[in-house]
Design a binder for this molecule. Structure first.
Ligand code: NCC
Length: 276
């Protein structure tokens, strides 16, 4: 159980369970979209190594954090969905290397996926949940949100873009790891974009700072730093197994309480075998 495992063992277990899993992006060797398979590209950007990486949660607690310079000082910065930087630079910085997008961003016109500057000149990683144990073919026939046309028409339009799609079975491999290491049963839904980002970056970063993922003393009912909507479910979890993700991240982190609860970040070393 979680409380008996050291941060290093938890991290090794995560690395080992992802190594043998489907936790990667779909490439042109995947036959699931036969007409478009040539449009799926190898994710070379995820094969490069970085020293310091920052994952910027979208939490309301980022407001008034003054963490912008700290975040921008990292070599690689991950953000999520439609979280803006413009107007919030002092608290969240403005550097973006990768944006992780759930499939709602591609499916709902309000997010303006094809035209918004939020999704330009950065690497993009899209995910859409499948049913547990569904095959790739079953998922491709009925994805959770109808994002597929937008994905491939953008690949056609902007050919040199670093745009990738997660294998949805990998999300459940990550869920299995979470479930196995959680003291209580977890909701039967895939992990949040934040936890997907952590699992991805641990394989190519020396260390990963997760900003306001484990809530600091600035915790607020506000869902996002960029809008006024209040919902504690955003921080504690309603659909995603977010509470279990946060407990696990806290257990992986060797940083001191001041860094976590006053400064607002946890620091997790990259996967052990990558650092040798
Ligand atoms: O809210 P969301 O997440 O875009 O946040 C990105 C990641 O930041 C972390 N977070 C966010 C808010 C908060 N108070 N605390 C946090 O720790 C989480 O790790 C989260 O993953 C998502 O994961 O993709 C999610 O997306 C939203 C929504 O689809 C997008 O923001 C677009 O509007 C989901 N909300 C709804 O569907 C209503 C959310 O459940 C998960």
């Amino acid at each position: 159980k979680l409380k008996d495992l050291s941060p290093l063992v938890l991290l090794e277990n995560l690395e080992n369970s992802l190594e043998k899993s489907h936790f990667h992006t779909l490439t042109s060797s995947t036959n699931v979209f036969p007409k478009e398979k040539h449009l799926l590209r190898d994710p070379q950007s995820f094969q490069q190594r970085y020293g310091s990486c920052a994952i910027v949660s979208s939490a309301g607690a980022l407001l008034d954090s003054d963490l912008g310079n700290f975040i921008d000082g990292h070599d690689y910065v991950v953000r999520f969905n439609n979280a803006p930087t413009m107007g919030f630079e002092a608290d969240v910085g403005n550097k973006t290397s990768l944006r992780i997008l759930n499939s709602q961003i591609l499916s709902k016109p309000q997010f303006n996926f094809l035209n918004s500057s939020l999704y330009r000149n950065v690497s993009l990683l899209v995910w859409d949940p499948s049913k547990y144990n569904a095959t790739l073919e079953q998922w491709a026939c009925s994805p959770d949100f109808p994002f597929v046309d937008a994905f491939f028409s953008r690949r056609r339009q902007i050919q040199d873009e670093d745009l990738h799609l997660m294998d949805p079975r990998g999300l459940w491999d990550l869920w299995d790891y979470l479930s196995l290491h959680s003291p209580l049963p977890i909701p039967p839904n895939p992990p949040s974009s934040g936890f997907i980002g952590l699992a991805l970056t641990l394989s190519f970063c020396d260390y990963v700072d997760m900003i306001e993922f484990v809530p600091s003393l600035r915790m607020t009912k506000r869902c996002h730093y960029y809008d006024t909507h209040e919902d504690v479910g955003c921080t504690l979890g309603d659909w995603h197994p977010l509470a279990a993700e946060k407990l696990l991240v806290l257990s992986l982190n060797p940083a001191d309480d001041h860094a976590i609860f006053v400064n607002g970040y946890v620091r997790i070393p990259g996967f052990p075998s990558q650092l040798q």
